[in-house]
Write a protein that binds this ligand. Structure first.
Ligand SMILES: [Zn+2]
Ligand SMILES: [Zn+2]
Length: 236
């Protein structure tokens, strides 16, 4: 069993059950409790034109994808930092309980990765997070319920408009009966435009899932949220 008694961000020894040290807790603030439940952002226009996404019934994230958070995600994905998924998953589980306290989930799904990435990395980071969330919530993981079709490009290499086109029909359900009528939690590490999550959720809804909520560890800040004042690639 992997212990989580090192600070997720700086590696400092912390008390058992703690995910980070007091310094990092102060320096790296999580997203506000009052984030929009439709898009997951702190600043958005969802309330100006009240709507409900067809694919996603709600979304929440722990942090903005910037600074230390970006570095942790990168270590987790590219530098053998698989163990970091424990602490990240714990924070995600807490976030889901905080934002959607009344939702009772039947199962947890995760965004699939390509076979090529799986071979290179040895694991699917979203699956690692899903299993960690399951450990803290006791909700079952529906393993490999979504598959990525062959020939789909990696999202972060593309611009926003290309991303939406790229993920269209990029995923398929392996066992539709399993998700029929179910309330699901969809997991990923980072969401940039939400296109991947919406596409996966659309597949799950198409197979008869009753509702699909998403949680990701981090979310790319939109232009109102970016601290450096530069515009992100997220269009409002
Ligand atoms: Zn720390
Ligand atoms: Zn919103």
């Amino acid at each position: 069993m992997i212990s989580v008694n090192k600070c997720l961000f700086c590696g400092e020894i912390v008390k058992e059950r703690e995910v980070f040290c007091s310094k990092c807790r102060e320096l790296i603030p999580p997203l506000a409790k009052t984030c929009c439940k439709i898009c997951g952002h702190e600043h958005c226009r969802c309330s100006l034109s009240p709507h409900r996404e067809y694919e996603l019934d709600g979304i929440c994230a722990c942090y903005f994808y910037e600074g230390e958070v970006r570095r942790v995600v990168s270590r987790f994905k590219f530098s053998g930092g698989r163990f970091l998924g424990q602490g990240m998953g714990k924070l995600m589980a807490q976030r889901v309980q905080e934002v959607f306290p009344d939702i009772s989930f039947d199962g947890i799904c995760y965004v699939p990765t390509s076979l090529q990435h799986l071979v290179q990395r040895g694991y699917n980071q979203a699956a690692v997070l899903a299993r960690a969330i399951s450990r803290f919530t006791s909700v079952t993981v529906y393993d490999k319920i979504l598959r990525k079709r062959v020939g789909v490009k990696t999202q972060h290499t593309l611009h926003a408009s290309e991303r939406i086109k790229n993920v269209k029909d990029a995923y398929r359900i392996t066992d539709p009966k399993r998700v029929y009528g179910k309330t699901l939690l969809l997991v990923d590490d980072v969401s940039t435009t939400g296109a991947t999550l919406r596409e996966c959720a659309g597949e799950l809804k198409g197979a008869g899932a009753a509702s699909v909520y998403a949680v990701c560890f981090s979310l790319t800040p939109n232009r109102l949220e970016r601290k450096d004042g530069k515009f992100g690639d997220v269009k409002f």
